[in-house]
Design a protein around this ligand. Structure first.
Ligand SMILES: Nc1nc2c(ncn2[C@@H]2O[C@H](COP(=O)(O)OP(=O)(O)O)[C@@H](O)[C@H]2O)c(=O)[nH]1
Ligand SMILES: [Mg+2]
Length: 325
């Protein structure tokens, strides 16, 4: 989502500007009275608008949230350099609520995508370390796919873990999703080749140690055999540098997306930001509960900003679960 500001004498005039510029799908994020004679500012965005230069129609008032935003980012243990960069971006997004300024900075600094709502041309391969939430996230994506009525096939290559196949088989059975098993890269190619119609193909993988080159190379053979788009599953929390190193180590598998998990079990979110940043990954969604039906939430600059703010302790579940902006 890209945020834009529209200044006009009245709210209806500003809303007209929004509609003309962004169309009927525009999402209104904030409306601000700018003071006597100064008019009204509307902050709006489009969820899947292609990237373009961040546009501020009127730099207007100098609203100084620098200290508050610095404190919040510090709470999340972000490295000083990243805090400086984000604060710098936030200062370019004047707004009366700091989550909007912070959202603008996050929008500038990170990439945001969406949970698939239609079949996609390449399989999605979920990669990560053992226990980080890959299989659960596959099940959550399947649950979303059922709602969007996307025909879906799951293929697991995790045939060695005790109970691994039973776990994914149970999810697929419950969700009435096709499941295939591929123990070797050639078998994976065969499984994919026999799918002729447009489907969402999700590949569950064995957890690996990203610092073990042999393990990474072996998984890379499966990624090549399936021409898959890798999606890094990484739990939120933990040390920010460790998360960044871990994500960077997975770049050997050329991941495009990141789905952080276990946000409901975490209070400090610097790790998910440094992980996304270090491997230049696009946020696709976030795991916010162990529940399959409603445990995967969309993530956009505004919901991420709300998550980071001090009130998040009470509202983070609600914010991400409802996609409130
Ligand atoms: N609370 C919570 N638990 C999660 C989340 N994602 C996964 N889990 C739990 O983490 C554990 C390991 O998940 P699993 O999907 O089997 O991990 P895998 O080894 O990467 O496939 C399971 O007990 C899941 O229920 C989440 O977003 N929140
Ligand atoms: Mg698993």
């Amino acid at each position: 989502m890209r945020l834009k500001h529209y200044i006009a004498n009245s709210l209806p005039e500003a809303m007209d500007q929004v509609r003309v510029d962004l169309g009927e799908d525009a999402i209104i994020l904030a409306t601000d009275e700018l003071g006597p004679g100064k008019g009204v500012r509307v902050t709006a965005g489009l969820d899947d608008e292609p990237a373009h230069d961040f546009s501020i129609i009127d730099p207007a008032e100098d609203v100084d949230f620098v200290d508050e935003i610095t404190e919040v980012l510090d709470f999340h243990r972000l490295p000083a350099e990243m805090i400086d960069t984000l604060v710098g971006h936030a200062m370019g997004v004047p707004a009366s609520e700091w989550h909007i300024s912070l959202a603008g900075a996050l929008d500038d600094h990170f990439h945001f995508g969406q949970i698939p709502t239609c079949p996609i041309s390449k399989p999605l391969m979920l990669i990560g370390s053992p226990g980080d939430g890959k299989t659960s996230t596959i099940a959550k994506l399947c649950a979303k796919a059922r709602i969007s009525e996307i025909p879906t096939t799951v293929i697991t290559i995790d045939s060695e873990k005790t109970g691994g196949i039973e776990q994914i088989a149970a999810f697929c059975h419950r969700l009435q999703i096709d499941l295939d098993i591929a123990e070797a890269p050639e078998k994976l190619t065969e499984c994919i080749d026999k799918i002729t119609e447009e489907r969402l193909i999700l590949i569950d993988t064995m957890g690996i140690n990203p610092f073990d080159e042999d393990a990474v190379d072996y998984l890379a053979e499966f990624a090549q055999a399936s021409n898959a788009v890798s999606t890094l599953i990484i739990p939120a929390g933990g040390d920010v540098y460790e998360a960044a190193d871990k994500a960077a180590a997975f770049t050997a598998l050329a991941p495009k997306y990141i789905i952080p998990t276990k946000l409901d079990m975490t209070r400090r979110f610097g790790g998910l930001l440094t992980a996304a940043h270090s491997a230049n990954l696009t946020f696709m969604a976030a795991g916010t509960s162990s529940q399959i039906a409603d445990g995967l939430s969309p993530i956009n600059p505004v919901s991420l900003a709300r998550l980071l703010l001090p009130t998040r302790l009470e509202s983070q579940q609600h914010t991400l679960a409802t996609g409130t902006r």
